[in-house]
Design a binder for this molecule. Structure first.
Ligand code: SF4
Length: 493
């Protein structure tokens, strides 16, 4: 109810205490005094701890299933959008300064006596104010010097905390662990001297923290969009003549690729017996290995545009992979000029995918009359081929051919409708920015937005001509033409 009306915790608690419609819905006496607004935060924590957040959507899904509005093995579509974390955007200098400041604040609360005896008095001037309130150095040298100073202070504090004479509980404080993680990712030491990492020497996004106040929020980028926060995937039905209803909500860290969601999302749908027959997705969800994995594990056909082969054959000259014949048993490829490759290597890429490479002999390609269009440097370098193992390769070739057909394009057009669902979530229900910190609570908000979006109805029906299975009974008999405007039931009925 709080999400349905977009209320803050204080306003929701006020509504319970003062509004007759809320008391009626909650079954409360008119004289019920309600509760303190902080109860709602604890209630959300209990929902998240017990994995009960999906019950917000589950009740609706079961009802729709009973009404025949959603069913297993229908068509569904999936897409994702970015969620901005409920934190201030910080540059790296602000990040390290704010992380140290947050740790000092916790230590000042937990053990002020220990802190007073272990830090210098000038730290108060340096770390009393939030970093965004002060003036940060503008030059590169000034920023590096400022960061090195903060790095030395943080190192000094951690050495004091890890000293055998320091109370052991200080080392178990979450804020101290956050400080340690931040320093590992933002600094390096050389013979005891601490240095700020340069931009090219940073660990990847999963190993970093982007704010001491939300440890799950991560830097993400998709196309030209960059953000710090999360990513939400919605799956909704899209069969012709049926309403579009959200069947799954999945929230991930911002850096996780869309393709990593495919199988986990289908696992969730399988638990609810709502697996689709075909799942329409954009290019970031598809790849030959995931298409096969989806078919094998859940029997779901993944429909999305696979990457085209960007060889020069697309501009009218040269031979792409399709022009070569591959003998999988003999481990040899034959080129359009009838020459055979001379090697066969199986490698694993940095992303964990198996690829096969083969190449043609230098003398063959040097003498070839079409080497200027087949190879990159004419006679200098022989032609090389890289492709996936047989099953994946054949699936990829079939997908590329299929997605050029009008029938595939007509089917894939249905995927675009999910953008309207996101648009409504963002514009009407505050999907773009999370109210809460931490991935579990962000997920709870996303489920509430999905439930609100489909309860509202406008996101799902749209221009679809929907015929419900159980049509409501007519208000009057069809042969009753005595009056065009008078209802046969009274308004109270
Ligand atoms: S350049 Fe080499 S691989 Fe290409 S067609 Fe000629 S012989 Fe075959």
């Amino acid at each position: 109810m709080q999400f349905a009306e977009g209320l803050s915790d204080r306003d929701a608690a006020d509504a319970v205490r003062t509004r007759i419609d809320w008391k009626y819905l909650l079954g409360l006496e008119l004289s019920d005094p309600g509760f303190n607004y902080s109860i709602l935060s604890r209630f959300r924590a209990r929902l998240v701890e017990n994995n009960a957040e999906m019950s917000l959507l589950q009740g609706l899904l079961e009802r729709w299933h009973d009404l025949g509005l959603v069913r297993e093995r229908s068509d569904m579509r999936t897409d994702s959008t970015h969620i901005i974390a409920s934190i201030r955007d910080m540059n790296r200098l602000e990040l390290v300064g704010e992380t140290l400041r947050a740790t000092l604040n916790v230590l000042a609360t937990v053990d002020p006596a220990w802190l007073c005896t272990h830090v210098e008095s000038d730290w108060y001037l340096r770390y009393a104010k939030r970093f965004e309130r002060g003036r940060l150095p503008e030059s590169k040298e000034g920023k590096t010097a400022g960061a090195d100073q903060i790095g030395r202070d943080g190192m000094f504090l951690m050495e004091a905390i890890w000293d055998p004479g320091a109370p052991a509980y200080l080392r178990s404080l979450p804020a101290v662990e956050t400080l340690r993680r931040c320093w590992v990712s933002q600094f390096w030491t050389d013979q005891g001297v601490i240095h700020w990492r340069l931009a090219g020497n940073l660990p990847p996004s999963p190993a970093r923290i982007d704010s001491p106040y939300d440890l799950d929020a991560r830097y993400g980028a998709k196309g030209t969009t960059e953000w710090v926060g999360y990513k939400v995937h919605f799956t909704e039905t899209c069969s012709p003549g049926m309403p579009n209803l959200i069947t799954n909500v999945d929230t991930t860290a911002a850096h996780q690729p869309d393709i990593a969601h495919v199988i986990s999302g289908q696992d969730e749908l399988a638990k609810r017996q709502l697996l689709p027959k075909r799942q329409l997705v954009d290019g970031s969800y598809v790849g030959s290995h995931i298409t096969l994995a989806s078919l094998r594990k859940h029997g779901v056909e993944l429909v999305g545009p696979v990457k085209q082969n960007w060889h020069r054959s697309h501009i009218g000259s040269g031979y792409d992979l399709n022009a070569f014949t591959i003998d999988w048993e003999g481990r040899v490829a034959t080129c359009p000029q009838g020459k055979q490759s001379t090697g066969w290597w199986t490698n694993t890429t940095s992303t964990g995918h198996v690829v096969i490479s083969t190449k043609f002999s230098r003398p063959d390609c040097a003498r070839c009359t079409v080497n200027t269009v087949c190879t990159k440097n004419g006679a200098k370098n022989p032609r090389k081929l890289t492709f996936r193992p047989r099953e994946e390769h054949e699936s990829l070739i079939a997908s590329r051919a299929e997605q050029r057909t009008p029938a595939w394009k007509e089917l894939y057009n249905r995927r675009a409708g999910i953008e309207a669902t996101f648009s409504q979530g963002v514009r009407a229900f505050g999907l773009r920015r999370t109210r809460y910190r931490g991935l579990p609570r962000c997920h709870l908000q996303n489920i509430a937005v999905a439930a609100r979006s489909i309860s509202n109805g406008s996101a799902t029906i749209g221009a679809v001509s929907f015929q419900p299975q159980h049509a409501p009974p007519p208000l009057r008999s069809s042969d009753d033409t005595s009056c065009d405007i008078s209802p046969t039931v009274s308004p109270t009925e």
